[in-house]
Design a protein around this ligand. Structure first.
Ligand code: SF4
Length: 143
């Protein structure tokens, strides 16, 4: 079975900043065709759950208290890439809108709920290294 890296929160892990998940209703169907490898860049990069929300501001990731957490996001992204390399993973399904996993959009950096076009740190690194990165809204294209 082909392996796919997937945002851990999409399979039901409570890794979101607020301690909740983003469980996706098509996970069971995906599991019939693929081996899913859940991964959370924020947690693996050393951040606790729950945690303050973070947003990308220029070339940094800053949390809502103004703390620079860029190194955590970069570390998580590198680990995600390493897993893809070691496990020969060519596809990643990532939660859109996240400063780590965002595929098509991210928050605008003002903590006001607005989103803009852009990619999260992990999504961007994986895409740069030839991994096909899709959002949870595109899961049906794999079924
Ligand atoms: S970093 Fe990705 S996997 Fe982790 S909680 Fe955020 S969106 Fe989900």
């Amino acid at each position: 079975m082909e392996k796919i890296l997937i945002s851990a929160c999409l399979v039901g892990d409570k890794t979101r900043y607020d301690g909740k998940s983003n469980y996706h209703p098509l996970i069971k169907e995906l599991l019939q065709k693929y081996e899913l490898v859940p991964f959370c860049s924020e947690v693996e990069g050393g951040l606790k759950t729950p945690r303050k929300p973070s947003e990308i501001i220029k070339d940094k990731v800053i949390n809502s208290e103004g703390v620079d957490v860029t190194k955590n996001y970069k570390a998580g992204a590198e680990l995600a890439l390493n897993i893809c390399k070691y496990c020969n993973i060519k596809i990643a399904i990532l939660k859109d809108g996240s400063p780590a996993c965002g595929v098509h959009q991210i928050h605008d950096g003002h903590f006001n709920g607005r989103k803009i076009k852009g990619m999260g740190i992990t999504a961007s690194l994986l895409a740069q290294n030839g991994i096909k990165v899709i959002s949870e809204d595109e899961i049906e294209t794999l079924l």
